[in-house]
Design a protein. Structure first.
Ligand SMILES: [Zn+2]
Length: 302
């Protein structure tokens, strides 16, 4: 039945002239198969197309996510850097406090930040994927380390606090602020003498300021000397802060306190001048511990 002869009739125009094309059954079947094959092929291609569109969409979504993660990572790294900086600031302050209250120095010097992430790493903002992963791992270990350091710092500060509570008068009577406002023109330590030209040890700091600038006590104390002893220091004031700490203020224009008087931190004790062996108006400020001159900068926290 299928292999009978088939006829395809094509009508040409209105007159009804037509053409008959005779086809053998086999050829007709071939045509049908060909047509079905093409249709199936089309469906297949269309499906592939739809699929690839889907993949492309999710790809761009993934790219977007990666970009967002990159930005987050960079922001996180910057925050970590800031954290490290403030931690080292706390550490410095801690060391200063320790010097002031004579706490053992050994333990405060043991931890030094290492393996931190350099800021240059993030300068160009572009990070390939493998470096992103590396960075994430680095940050993870860095965070761990920061955590340990922060806890250590906490313990150390608790220790300081305990010490301070124990000697509750200590903080009040420890020099900790600038005695006057001006510029340090000569630091503590070895220098060439402005008088002899020879090397000499400068036992304090020189703070240059206009004559008459007020000088304030940097801590609670007792005036143990006030006036001019004609020893080169000119008009001077010496304060005893308890323990073994004494501070000296020299080359004053005028003293504002009397011997035996008690002063508190921030109280006026005199005025900047040019008395004694001096080359210009300035305050010579000394801090002595058990008679030994120490660097006054270590006793200035503000
Ligand atoms: Zn001096």
């Amino acid at each position: 039945m299928l292999f009978k002869k088939y006829h395809i009739v094509i009508f040409k125009d209105k007159q009804g002239t037509c053409r008959k094309v005779g086809l053998r059954g086999g050829v007709f079947l071939l045509f049908i198969f060909l047509f079905a094959g093409m249709a199936a092929g089309n469906v297949f291609l269309w499906q592939r197309y739809a699929q690839s569109m889907k993949v492309e969409k999710s790809l761009s979504l993934a790219e977007k996510t990666i970009h967002e993660q990159k930005t987050q990572l960079l922001g996180l790294a910057q925050k970590l850097g800031a954290l490290q900086k403030s931690l080292s600031r706390i550490h410095d302050f801690d060391s200063k406090l320790r010097v002031m209250i004579d706490l053992d120095q050994d333990s405060s010097q043991t931890v030094t930040p290492k393996g931190g992430i350099q800021s240059e790493t993030f300068s160009n903002g572009y990070l390939p994927l493998y470096r992103q992963e590396l960075l994430a791992r680095k940050m993870h270990s860095f965070l761990k380390q920061l955590n340990v350091e922060a806890r250590l710092e906490e313990v150390k500060q608790q220790e300081i606090l305990a010490q301070l509570r124990e000697k509750n008068d200590l903080l009040e009577s420890t020099p900790s602020i600038w005695p006057t406002t001006g510029w340090v023109t000569s630091p503590f330590g070895w220098r060439t003498s402005p008088f002899t030209g020879k090397r000499e040890h400068h036992p304090g700091i020189d703070i240059s300021a206009p004559p008459g600038t007020p000088i304030y006590a940097p801590a609670k104390g007792k005036v143990i000397l006030s006036g001019n002893r004609h020893d080169g220091y000119g008009v001077q004031v010496k304060l005893y802060h308890g323990g073994n700490t004494v501070t000296r203020y020299a080359h004053m224009k005028r003293s504002a306190v009397k011997q035996g008087q008690e002063v508190t931190r921030g109280e006026l004790i005199g005025y900047v001048g040019n008395s004694g062996r001096s080359t210009g108006p300035h305050l010579h400020y000394e801090v002595r511990k058990a008679e030994v001159a120490v660097n006054p900068m270590k006793f200035i926290l503000n």
